[in-house]
Design a protein around this ligand. Structure first.
Ligand code: DON
Length: 568
């Protein structure tokens, strides 16, 4: 009976292999490529490349432009990671993740019954970590760029001062928060001036213009020690926050060694802790590398089963062991060893779903975005991938005083209480417990892939805990299932993160036949994402075609108004 089931699975797998959905082709360019979630930001990136800037100059200009044209993702009030691979093959990873203020403790987020107060954990000044992006972008520019801060900030300042036309997505995002924003005068004055926001309206942001001009003319010190620091602290003090001038003054970015692993002849370079991205991605790739996924087929029952189990085990390890390396010892070598992958494979049964409660750490469950990624490759072959985040859309939904930018709610990425799921339903352990001065564990996964020591892919995504599985699936789609880049990014997704013990799936991700086989094996599916959007994520990618040397660019069709474009 079991054998018959397996044969049936294989047959269906082979059929599935033949049925790729058609998509528009990826963007192509002989010289360079810029991919972002907002077409205006892509054009800013190209403008900087055309003016002689390198990929780092373009990335910094894009970062500032996105603050203006994509306010839900910021990111002056947030933090992020930048992964660079220079044309000579050397790599750098910049960590400008938000840091917990010195006076912040987990208890501050608990109610009288000792449960996490969800409102406080999302919508308060306590939820905000010390922002890192302004220093991160500036450091990248000074160390690896060729232009000055005023030069790369000029397009963003112009967009803030002269305005830009609101698109449907801008308007939908802003109006979805109308109840929170309208009563806050400093926010309503910017976005809800004429009863708006309306599609086609020109949005000028004078407060943000002033902030950007201050940074461009006085340097980042004004943000960490000057007028802007004082404005952040004043607003935080007035509303029960604990960020101090000292916290801002003490903020530092760091450079870390990226995580490296190999997958079927490809070399993966990805984000190290405090991101869980690289370790979890490489652990999943190590586990699945021994299964013939390409033969079994895209979204066939057998290939899906092995991939889900790899996700289950790798996320169990992520949620248990990983955290800020300045505070805990991440067992990276063990988690990425061939032995660990082999041990996990031995536990995966051929025809049966695993059981999350039998692996990982013992917990009692106590209860029941926004991010953006951009990628640039310049004509010299330098590659950059950046992911920045405010965590939730519009972060903590608060703009400090007249600064014009939203603050993050990144403290929600910490374990506030072991067993209490966070915004992304992640149940995490002690390694990621909130502590003063600590950086919360992230899922952001800027990734670069090489083949025969040549640049092959640059990719990264938004989408909280799903970021790592999005990157995994796009790599599988390209490497195992031989899709072109746009097909790989567009293809429907599934996600499992140890707990809850369900497989999240996008609509139409599997045929009814495949679902029936997987359900027979014990899987439970939910047509939903862990942060309750049905089609999740926003993955941007660039691929260098080794035969033609052309650069291909693909944005995520889930994000309207995103754009991949090169010069030629
Ligand atoms: O760092 C992280 O893992 C999260 N703060 C990312 C949040 C995110 O991607 C939200 N986007 N949808």
């Amino acid at each position: 009976m079991q054998k018959l089931k397996y044969k049936l699975m294989l047959m269906l797998g082979l059929l599935a292999n033949l049925s790729f959905a058609a998509t528009l082709p990826p963007a192509q360019s002989k010289t360079d490529m810029v991919v972002t979630d907002q077409q205006i930001a892509t054009k800013v990136g190209l403008q900087i490349l055309n003016a002689g800037g390198n990929a780092i100059d373009a990335a910094v200009a894009i970062g500032y432009a996105l603050e203006v044209v994509y306010p839900s993702c910021g990111n002056l009030g947030g933090g992020g990671f930048m992964l660079i691979r220079f044309a000579d093959g050397s790599t750098r990873f910049l960590n400008f993740r938000e840091t917990a203020p010195a006076k912040l403790t987990p208890k501050m987020f608990l109610d009288a019954q000792g449960n996490v107060d969800k409102h406080k954990a999302k919508y308060s000044y306590l939820a905000a970590g010390v922002p890192g992006t302004v220093m991160g972008l500036d450091t990248a520019l000074k160390r690896y760029g060729t232009m000055t801060l005023p030069q790369v900030m000029a397009p963003a300042i112009k967009l803030a001062r002269d305005g830009f036309i609101l698109n449907r997505r801008n308007v939908e995002l802003l109006t979805s928060r109308i109840k929170r924003f309208k009563p806050q005068k400093n926010i309503a004055d910017i976005f809800f001036k004429h009863g708006g926001p309306k599609v086609g309206e020109l949005l000028k942001q004078p407060q943000l213009t002033r902030t950007l001009e201050l940074i461009a003319s006085k340097g980042t010190k004004v943000f960490y020690q000057g007028e802007i620091a004082r404005e952040i602290v004043k607003a935080s003090d007035e509303h029960g926050g604990v960020i101090s001038l000292q916290d801002l003054k003490n903020y530092k970015i760091s450079e870390e060694q990226p995580i490296n692993c190999n997958y079927l002849g490809y070399h993966i370079i990805a984000a190290p802790p405090p991101s869980s991205g690289g370790v979890t991605l490489c652990e999943m790739l190590n586990i699945t590398s021994a299964y013939p996924l390409g033969f079994l087929g895209f979204h066939a029952a057998a290939s899906t089963h092995y991939t889900i189990e790899a996700m289950r085990y790798a996320y169990a390890d992520r949620n248990r062991y990983l955290g800020d390396p300045k505070f805990i010892n991440n067992p990276i070598k063990r988690l990425l060893s061939a032995k660990h992958a082999a041990t996990i494979r031995q536990k995966i049964q051929a025809y049966r779903a695993g059981d999350s409660r039998k692996i990982g750490f013992k917990i009692t469950i106590h209860e029941g975005h926004e991010t953006t990624n951009y990628a640039v490759v310049d004509k010299a072959g330098n590659a950059v991938d950046v992911t920045t985040t405010l965590n939730g859309y519009f972060g903590n939904h608060l703009i400090p005083g007249n600064t014009g930018f939203f603050l993050n709610n990144e403290m929600n990425d910490f374990t506030i209480k072991v067993g209490a799921p966070n915004l992304f339903q992640l149940v995490q352990g002690k390694a990621n417990l909130l502590a003063p001065g600590k950086q919360p564990l992230s899922s952001m996964t800027p990734t670069i892939v090489t083949h025969n020591n040549k640049l092959f892919m640059v990719l990264g995504a938004a989408g909280g805990s799903t970021i790592i599985t999005q990157v995994l699936e796009v790599l599988q789609n390209v490497i195992d299932y031989k899709m072109n880049l746009q097909q790989a990014v567009s293809a429907s997704r599934f996600h499992m993160q140890w707990l809850p013990d369900v497989v999240f799936m996008e609509p139409y991700a599997f045929s009814n036949d495949t679902l029936a086989l997987l359900e027979l094996m014990g899987y439970r599916f939910r047509v939903d994402g862990p942060y309750h959007v049905k089609e999740w994520g926003a993955l941007n990618a660039i691929l260098r075609d080794s035969k033609t040397d052309l650069l291909m660019g693909a944005t995520d069709p889930r994000i309207p108004y995103s754009l991949a474009k090169g010069n030629n």
